[in-house]
Design a binder for this molecule. Structure first.
Ligand SMILES: NC(=O)c1ccc[n+]([C@@H]2O[C@H](COP(=O)([O-])OP(=O)(O)OC[C@H]3O[C@@H](n4cnc5c(N)ncnc54)[C@H](O)[C@@H]3O)[C@@H](O)[C@H]2O)c1
Ligand SMILES: O=C(O)C(=O)C[C@]1(C(=O)O)C=C[C@@H](O)C=C1
Length: 367
């Protein structure tokens, strides 16, 4: 597609969206704006954007697509600030914020003017911030939630999806309320828990400094997200206050239930508690199918060290199993990468699974 794309906020998400749009629509002109001039300069020198907006208002006025990729409190302010601006007739405005109800409310004035604002939230990210962390594949296979209101026409939603096609994400339409409820459960509240576990360990560290030195796999896995940007999370918690207050109550009840199992020393209930959680967790569709059509895929969790791919392909070659495609899927949890091996037949895939499990301790998954 051709046109002027304006990205406001050139951090991890704004930068990654810019890269995905540039890749899919090389004829579009991607213009960036950031309150931090150095961040915008960096985005331009890394070729993440084509140019820096010389004036915020002028860029907005001439845009065909505007992506607000700022922290959610800032997005709210920007929506109010631009609500009286002049726009191109068919402009589409979207955002990438982690909350939706308050943002969509703040777009009310724009929507009343007949301007298409479509709330958006790509459900992938990182604890890292800034344009240096931006990646073209950040959203590949991830869900991308859109929350259009009834003021917006379907063709406008389709046009936005077309602009965002290069993200290779899977679009899902939800109401802003549904969005905030679900993300409260699976994203916002878990970030609070991760931070609280770190606080707890820090408190115990005062008693014994071995606490942080011994903090190993499990603690690191569950608290990785506690290294996220505090400003971004402050804003998310302020935005999703109502949902989160309910979740605090539910969580306290949950803790008191497990506490009672432990207090009573009820081995069956303790076992069932973990077993039921494991069953649900193991069933989560975490390794979604890639965009490249491949017939029989096998996913392997591999440790992040040089030579691991040749190690695996070596074992497969030894057993004379042919691979039709191999690729490393974006590592989202840092410690492990996910290798996707594709085979021509189901039989080959089964043989490969057997082979990898015989020669290595790496976990394999089929989807
Ligand atoms: N990090 C994630 O995992 C993730 C995932 C999905 C969505 N989000 C959402 O995406 C948005 C951006 O997050 P991020 O991780 O890219 O943050 P980031 O800190 O990497 O980038 C935000 C950028 O916005 C700029 N900015 C702040 N106020 C501004 C303003 N008024 N005008 C112009 N620029 C401004 C900052 O200088 C910064 O460069 C947030 O709303 C967040 O909730 C984050
Ligand atoms: O992977 C991470 O670090 C994230 O926390 C990403 C994550 C999430 O909670 O899943 C964080 C906030 C976003 O709104 C969407 C994605």
């Amino acid at each position: 597609m051709k046109g002027n794309v304006v990205i406001i906020g050139l951090g991890l998400i704004g930068g990654s969206i810019a890269l995905a749009i540039k890749k899919e629509h090389p004829e579009a002109r991607v213009i960036g704006y950031d309150v931090k001039e150095e961040e915008a300069e960096l985005a331009r020198s890394l070729k993440i954007i084509d140019e820096i907006a010389s004036s915020f208002e002028e860029a907005i006025t001439e845009a065909d697509l505007i992506v607000l990729a700022t922290p959610v409190m800032q997005t709210e302010k920007i929506l109010v600030e631009i609500s009286g601006f002049h726009f191109k007739e068919n402009v589409i405005i979207t955002d990438v914020g982690s909350t939706k109800q308050r943002i969509v409310e703040h777009a009310g004035k724009l929507l009343k003017r007949g301007i298409a604002f479509i709330g958006g939230h790509p459900m992938a990210g990182s604890h890292k911030s800034g344009v240096v962390a931006a990646k073209v594949h950040l959203f590949e296979n991830a869900f991308y939630i859109l929350t259009p209101t009834e003021d917006v026409q379907e063709v406008q939603v389709d046009k936005l999806k077309e602009w965002l096609k290069g993200t290779k994400a899977r679009f899902v339409v939800l109401s802003p309320k549904e969005h905030d409820r679900i993300t409260g459960v699976i994203s916002h509240f878990p970030h609070i828990i991760a931070a609280s576990l770190v606080h707890q360990a820090q408190r115990y560290e005062r008693e014994n400094e071995l606490v942080s030195r011994l903090a190993a796999g499990g603690f690191r896995d569950i608290t990785r997200i506690a290294s996220s940007n505090p400003g971004m999370w402050r804003d998310i918690l302020l935005h999703n206050r109502e949902e989160l207050l309910q979740l605090f109550d539910v969580w306290l009840q949950e803790m008191s239930i497990v506490r009672s199992f432990v207090e009573k020393g009820d081995s069956e209930q303790i076992y069932n508690y973990f077993a039921e959680a494991k069953q649900f967790r193991d069933g989560l569709p975490i390794r979604a199918k890639g965009a490249i059509p491949s017939f029989y895929d096998l996913y392997v969790d591999v440790p992040d060290y040089p030579g691991v791919i040749s190690e695996i392909t070596g074992y497969l070659a030894k057993e004379r199993i042919s691979i039709t495609n191999i690729r490393i899927i974006e590592t989202r949890e840092e410690i492990y990468g996910v290798l996707r091996l594709s085979f021509q037949t189901e039989e080959d895939r089964a043989k490969a699974k057997q082979c990898i499990e015989t020669y290595t301790t790496y976990k394999t998954y089929e989807v």
